[in-house]
Design a protein around this ligand. Structure first.
Ligand SMILES: [Ca+2]
Ligand SMILES: [Ca+2]
Ligand SMILES: [Ca+2]
Ligand SMILES: [Ca+2]
Length: 422
């Protein structure tokens, strides 16, 4: 029996909810300062002297990036029209023009070649007595895969006080088409090339892109300068672009924030919750901001953060995830007896059922949209008011409500963040 045609769309909707698509606004409707404000996170980062060089269609902001570039919103700089980034991938050679001019700093990254069609956003910033800046990004290009190891090694760089900080986690290797591809550092690369073998599974025009990478760069007391730049190499054809995550540009207390116990167990929707740490830069209290993403979206899942000074456990509990914290561990949860008088200890929140981001409900999160939780200086143990002390190392996880395949209640944990407090 043939399936009646009118039933097919209903079935498709039930089987796979329509995926979000990229939505892009270029500089025809906003200013370069709007782009900078999009990536700068809460408190502590003072921004000034914003400049942009390039064509207005070659820079902008985007939404809908979850499941595509790996974060929901942010800015995009391209060597072609940013609106052409929207998937699906229908060409191996999408090309746009950005005014032609190259960038001398980008030229230094590809000795023997010069850049063209550069898109360059610059600004000054200050990090009140804090020594590191961090942010998250993805690099993508049409030069993949056919022009790997050729004269068309499109260049991008994030120059912090003149030094490129767009490096692989080894701290040495610059991220380029020639250094991140199917042959070299493939763990950081996502092949999206529709040529043989056809693998173009990402809803974006670029034929290849990196996984989400993190910049961590030392900065000076007082005013610092950053240049975010991407340019074509060899000719003006085949676009390349960089995406920078919204609110991820933050001052860090130190580079002593590390991830452990990773990845966590998958939840009912097939993903593991990613916990990450950054500073919110106020210089008051413990100064650590935690955010969690990739949470369940098929039901309303609540959770709260837990903490311990022991991160050496790794116990898998059936239907309850992996507990990485050792005893004693405490909950940032207002329902705990004695915590009611200390609202800053309440991290209760829910996962947004569209974005999968964890949203704090008690209003103590500083980042845009109330995402995540600012760890207070008070430790989550009885009696409340015990302090996290300078120089101590603490470990954090997110506990959250999960479901079993049969529909029963269960729970789960994120991976673990380890932080040493200044
Ligand atoms: Ca393409
Ligand atoms: Ca290509
Ligand atoms: Ca171009
Ligand atoms: Ca190019």
């Amino acid at each position: 029996m043939r399936t009646p045609a009118y039933l097919i769309p209903v079935f498709v909707l039930l089987a796979a909810p329509a995926a979000a698509q990229l939505s892009i606004q270029d500089l025809s409707t906003q200013t370069p300062t709007d782009l900078v404000n999009a990536i700068v996170g809460g408190g502590g980062v003072g921004v000034s002297n914003v400049t942009f060089a390039g064509d207005a269609v070659c820079a902008g902001t985007f939404t809908g990036g979850t499941g595509i570039v790996g974060f929901e919103t942010g800015l995009i700089l391209s060597t072609g029209n940013v609106n052409d980034a929207i998937g699906p991938n229908i060409s191996g050679s999408t090309t746009g023009l950005c005014g032609g001019a190259g960038d001398a700093d980008l030229d230094t990254l590809i000795p023997g070649f010069t850049t063209l069609d550069a898109s360059v956003l610059e600004f000054d910033f200050e990090c009140s007595s804090i020594q590191f800046i961090t942010f998250n990004y993805v690099f993508a290009s049409e030069e993949y895969n056919e022009y790997v190891n050729s004269a068309y090694n499109d260049a991008f760089g994030f120059f912090v006080n003149g030094v490129n900080a767009a490096l692989l986690p080894d701290g040495v290797t610059a991220v380029t088409i020639d250094t991140v591809n199917n042959g070299l550092n493939p763990g950081f690369y996502i092949d999206n090339d529709c040529a043989t073998p056809a693998v173009c599974g990402v809803d974006i025009e670029y034929d290849g892109l990196t996984v989400v990478l993190t910049v961590s760069a030392a900065v000076n007391p007082g005013v610092n300068h950053i240049k975010l730049a991407v340019g074509d190499a060899g000719d003006t054809a085949f676009d390349s672009a960089v995406f920078i995550q919204a609110s991820s540009f933050v001052c860090a207390v130190s580079n002593d924030i590390t991830i452990g116990c990773d990845p966590a167990l998958n939840h009912i929707d097939g993903q593991s919750v990613d916990l990450s740490g950054s500073s919110f830069g106020s210089g008051i209290g413990s100064d650590l901001h935690l955010s969690a993403s990739n949470g369940p979206t098929s039901f309303s899942s609540m959770g709260f953060f837990v903490a311990s000074m022991d991160g050496s456990q790794n116990i898998t509990v059936p239907n309850s995830g992996i507990l990485c914290l050792g005893s004693p561990w405490g909950r940032y949860n207002a329902l705990i007896a004695g915590n009611q008088s200390y609202p800053q200890l309440n991290s209760l929140g829910t996962f947004n059922q569209v974005t999968g981001e964890f949203e704090n409900m008690s209003g103590t999160a500083t980042s845009a949209g109330g995402l995540g939780f600012d760890i207070p200086i008070e430790a989550p143990f009885a009696p409340p008011g015990m302090l996290i002390n300078s120089g101590e190392t603490w470990f954090f996880q997110l506990w959250y409500r999960d479901m079993t395949v049969g529909g029963g209640m269960s729970s789960n944990f994120s991976n673990m963040v380890e932080a040493t407090f200044p």
